[in-house]
Structures are given as C-alpha cells and as structure tokens.
Design a protein around this ligand. Structure first.
Ligand code: 13P
Ligand code: SF4
Length: 303
C-alpha cells in the first residue's frame, strides 16, 4: 500500500508518543488490520482486551458500540473512535426504553443483549453476549426462557442450538440479512467442492446452506484449521482480505457485502484521531456502572 505508507508511519509514531493502542475489529481494511493495529479480533476478544489495556489512550477501529464497550470496561482511559458516525443497524434497532417495555411484558424473564447495542441498552439487561458465546450465555442463566435482543437471526441460530426458549427482538444486521440461501446454492452448484462459512447474523436459510457458522474469530480459526482450497466467507468483505493476506494459498471466492459503518474508519481519520485526540467516547458514569455489570458477567463466564 505505497500511498498509505506515510499514514502508517505517522500513526505508529504517534501511538508511541500518545501512549495509545489501536484495537481493530476483523472487518477493518487490511492496511488498518495488518499495519497499524496492536490488537485485532472479534467483539468478544476486543472486549476482553479492553479490560487489560495499560496504555492511556484506546483508538477503537470498529463501530461505535465497540468503542462504548471499551469505555465501559476501561472508564479511566481516553477512548477514541476515528469517526463517531460509524453506527450499526442492530445497535440502532433498540433503546433502553424498549428493554424496559419488554420486561413489563415478560416479567421475570432475563434479558440477554448482543454486544451490538448501545451502552444505554447494556445498562438495562441482565447479561451481554457476542456471536461467539451466545449459546453458552443463554444456557448459563439456568432458566427455560430468555429474551434475546436485538438480532432476530442470532436469536434463531441460538434457538436451533439449545432447548432454552428464546423470545427475540426484530433487529437485523443490514450487511448479513442481504445474503440468501439461493445465492449460496448457486455457488455450490458452480463448484461442489467449495466450502461456505457464514456469520450467525445471517438469515436461517443461509445458515442451513453453510458448512460452518460462527463469529468472525471462529470463522478465521475454521479456515486456518481446515485450510480448504476454496472458501466463501458469508460476511463482511474485509474478512476475506485479511485472511487472504495470512493464507495466500486459500482461494477466497467472492461475494461479500460491505459494512458502510466499518468502512468509515480510514487511515487519515485514525491519524487525525491521534493528532487531535478525537472523537472521544463519553458515557454517563451511572450508565457505565450498570452496563459494566452485564458485560463483565459475560466476560467472567469465559474465565
Ligand atoms: P463478531 O463478534 O463475530 O466479530 O461480529 C461483530 C459484528 O459486528 C458482526 O457483524
Ligand atoms: Fe453492525 Fe452488521 Fe456492520 Fe456488524 S456488519 S457493525 S452487525 S451493521
């Protein structure tokens, strides 16, 4: 990436000067993922790492709910997001008020929130989950029914893996809901040996056609382990680019869908973020305290 080299150099220098770390999600573009990040991962890995950061400043290369999660877990740090407009259709689909209304409608039923939610929503729920631990989180509650918000498709996927009854919200990821089972069948007909792996935010007919379903980190690990000659990653486009750089002999069969929110984060914006210490993520301390309980309850399950 020759045109980007000056940005990469400047960012890496400023990180040292500012005592900053860059946490990047698996959907960040390769120049961010491979050249300026200190820690990369899925939502769960990034949340766990946010509890361990020693640096003064966290630059979150991902979407806004991920930066909020870092702030919730490291409230004394300066948490920056290079573009605060980097939202998420799932996080936008539910408010704290909606969760309170669900509790009134289903008294006593615990509420599990996907981390793809605002801090305000995390503050209202019993526990968080990510796509890599959702079944474990639901089963950890020891009840026969739970409410899962906001992703209807993740909820359906979890319901297919457990006996716990799931009451779902109606949100969806604008990137993953666009894939269809028909589309997957077309790839398989064209190339019967191709492997197809999908994120659990995809609709059920897509998951039914996939050889493996898992979080972004689980998808990467699956490709590392199985090392298929050709694979379609039914998820955001940068995943295939990032895995391709690591495993050049695995052919990444397109298509993929772009997440416009993730793509708001660019090298020039990361540089500005470090120069001007912007845009700082702030959350009401009372909300942080309540939200931290739900996030930590999830993280502690893992340990
Ligand atoms: P993961 O936790 O699997 O990385 O997913 C986050 C996300 O936003 C997927 O669309
Ligand atoms: Fe949200 Fe979907 Fe983008 Fe992930 S890919 S950040 S779930 S809109």
């Amino acid at each position: 990436w020759p045109l980007m080299a000056p940005y990469i150099k400047a960012i890496n220098e400023l990180k040292r000067e500012r005592n900053a770390v860059v946490l990047a999600h698996n959907y960040q573009t390769p120049e961010i993922f491979h050249c300026v990040s200190d820690i990369v991962g899925d939502s769960l890995q990034l949340a766990i790492e946010a509890t361990k950061v020693k640096a003064d400043v966290i630059v979150q290369c991902g979407v806004h709910f991920m930066a909020e999660t870092s702030k919730i877990l490291s409230p004394d740090k300066t948490v920056l997001i290079p573009d605060s407009r980097a939202g998420c259709s799932l996080a936008a689909s539910i408010t704290g008020e909606d969760v309170r209304a669900l509790r009134e409608r289903f008294p006593g039923v615990p509420v599990v929130a996907y981390v793809n939610t605002s801090a305000e929503v995390k503050a209202e729920v019993d526990i968080c989950c990510t796509s890599s631990n959702a079944v474990q989180v639901v089963e950890s509650l020891g009840v026969d029914t739970v409410i899962m918000v906001p992703d209807q498709y993740l909820a359906r996927f979890v319901a297919s893996q457990t006996d716990v009854k799931i009451i779902a919200w109606k949100g969806a990821c604008e990137v993953h809901e666009r894939f269809t089972g028909d589309e997957l069948r077309t790839y398989r007909e064209a190339d019967p040996d191709v492997k197809i792996i999908a994120h659990p935010e995809c609709p059920p007919d897509v998951i039914a056609e996939a050889d493996f379903t898992g979080s972004t980190a689980h998808m990467i690990n699956w490709v590392r382990k199985e090392h298929p000659p050709r694979v379609v990653m039914i998820t955001e486009c940068s995943m295939a680019d990032n895995v391709q750089a690591e495993l050049p002999d695995v052919e990444m069969v397109r298509p993929c869908n772009l997440c416009p929110h993730m793509k708001r984060i660019t090298l020039p914006k990361i540089l500005d973020s470090l120069i001007y210490l912007r845009e700082e993520v702030t959350i009401d301390p009372a909300v942080i305290d309540k939200a931290r309980r739900s996030v930590e309850r999830m993280i502690n399950l893992k340990n």
